[in-house]
Write a protein that binds this ligand. Structure first.
Ligand code: AMP
Length: 491
């Protein structure tokens, strides 16, 4: 698929009122303080309104949720009819419960003057509430694939009423091993339907899946070329010994510009350890990962959103779909095994047009991962060398013990990506120790890196065109978003 250029120009000339959206939707957008559509919204909305299939190549943070939710809501309202019992008129598939919940909230926010019924269904919670919510038939069902398949197996949900199918973050579904479940689910959906397919990257497997699901000649919208690193983010990489990463992280937080920070770790245990380590040096932190209960995750997220904790430490999967505004910095404590994840991670600090800063720590074991990241994102990331740094050595020696061994960036002898499609944490192959050529490596033991505040780098909340809106409504407003049943409906 060819990347469509000049998208920013299109949106600069377009307002929501030019896109053919109905009044109740325009009112909801005005309530949110959104005046101008983002590029993907400007390009996608008219086509989706006219009933076309859509293939959207877009990362999170581009406004893609509204790009599909707005025209879907309008199409539903133009043709009001009840969904069959235990079914829905629109099915949105999302990889994680956080993303599913946020998509549900978006439908609720944008559809609040229209009276739509929405239910969100995901795993890890009881089935009963989900079944009850679906029983009368609803307008929009947002679901994660595993739990939906369970319901289909039990015949507690049917998909026979689905008119519009949305697949969000298809590449992440692939990473999480959801491609087979998706193929199974699609077989339950009527063949005559409108399809909206979103992916941040465009690997061959995703191209194939899109070919199976979409009708011929879909509208194609690409808001960034494939896997190109978000240009607005001020990025840097710091070379550091694995065991000194803790001290380096603590040092970063001496800088008050690190106001609202997501720290990524590769493992769940690593996330817990890093959060604990930060607490020990007086930095408030919460960890979020797949072993945490839904309640714990929601609490951590709420504390982070409210500014009660300065740092959210997360694994990639847990962080997926987290929509928090004004993230000042993204720190990658470990580099990801899958290079595309680097782009997703740094995109957290560049929501809907904002800038931001991203720092990645790179131990010697991770050089091969860095090389892959630079290849995929087609860039050379400015680097700083803090290896053999006396200050960090002393700080490390003085740090309290967090218990357990430090995480090792063990990337050797593991299967190459693509071989183990169904693996949750896909591993990287290739030999270790590839040198990162051409990187700047300031010599000496003085700190060469003092946080990425250079080049105007991202203070929190950098001004962006959100028209003074308070952002997404984040689960307020009476609906039972994030209720223990995993379901809410405004009907
Ligand atoms: P998404 O890519 O759908 O996750 O959206 C990223 C963020 O942008 C969310 O917080 C949205 O609420 C916000 N957003 C979506 N559309 C607009 C818009 N037209 N103007 C300003 N913010 C928006």
């Amino acid at each position: 698929m060819g990347a469509l250029g000049a998208t920013r120009k299109i949106s600069a000339l377009t307002q929501f009122t030019d896109l053919g959206l109905a009044k109740p939707l325009l009112k909801a957008l005005a309530d949110e303080g959104y005046t101008d559509p983002t590029p993907i919204q400007a390009q996608a909305i008219p086509g989706v309104l006219s009933g076309k299939d859509l293939l959207g190549i877009a990362q999170t943070g581009t406004g893609k949720t509204a790009a599909f939710a707005l025209p879907i809501l309008q199409r539903l309202s133009e043709n009001r009819k009840p969904a069959p019992r235990r079914s829905a008129r629109v099915l949105v598939l999302a990889p994680t419960r956080e993303l599913a919940t946020q998509i549900g909230e978006s439908f609720k926010t944008y559809g609040k003057h229209m009276g739509v019924s929405v239910a969100v269904v995901f795993g890890g919670v009881k089935y009963g509430g989900q079944m009850r919510a679906l029983a009368p038939g609803i307008d929009v069902l947002v679901a994660t694939p595993g739990r939906l398949l369970d319901h289909l197996g039990e015949k507690s949900i049917t998909l026979e009423g689905v008119e519009i199918l949305v697949l969000d973050e298809a590449d992440r579904m692939l990473d999480m091993g959801f491609i087979v479940p998706i193929r199974k689910i699609v077989k339950f959906v009527p063949k005559v339907r409108q399809n909206l397919f979103f992916s941040a990257t465009w690997p061959t497997e995703i191209e194939k899946l899109a070919g199976e699901i979409l009708n011929p000649n879909p509208l194609k919208v690409s808001v960034t070329p494939q896997a190109t690193t978000v240009e607005r983010v001020n990025q840097s990489v710091v070379f550091v010994e694995q065991q000194r990463k803790r001290a380096l992280l603590a040092e970063l937080f001496d800088d008050p510009a690190f106001k609202r920070v997501i720290v990524f770790t590769r493992t769940k245990r690593g996330a817990d350890r890093v959060a604990k380590g930060l607490e020990q040096v007086g930095v408030d932190a919460a960890a979020i990962h797949g072993d945490k209960s839904q309640g714990q995750r929601e609490r951590a997220l709420a504390q982070f959103k409210a500014g009660e904790v300065r740092v959210l430490v997360a694994t990639d999967i847990a962080a997926r779909g987290i929509d928090v505004d004004a993230i000042s910095h993204v720190v990658q404590y470990d580099l990801p095994n899958v290079p595309e994840a680097y782009v997703h991670r740094i995109g957290r600090t560049a929501r809907a047009g904002a800038g931001g800063s991203a720092v990645a720590f790179c131990s010697d074991d991770e050089r091969n991962l860095l090389k892959d990241v630079e290849k995929v994102s087609r860039q050379r990331i400015p680097s700083f060398d803090r290896r053999n740094d006396r200050h960090l050595g002393a700080a490390t020696a003085a740090m309290p013990d967090t218990g357990g061994k430090p995480d090792r960036a063990d990337t050797r002898g593991q299967p190459h990506r693509g071989q183990h499609q169904a693996k949750r944490n896909r591993n990287h192959g290739g030999g270790g120790g590839v040198r990162h050529e051409g990187a700047e490596r300031p010599a000496g033991d003085k700190p060469a890196f003092r946080g990425p505040s250079r080049a105007g780098g991202g203070g929190a909340g950098s001004g962006r065109g959100r028209g003074g809106g308070a952002g997404r409504s984040g689960g307020t407003g009476g609906a039972r978003a994030g209720a223990p049943t995993g379901v809410w409906s405004n009907r």
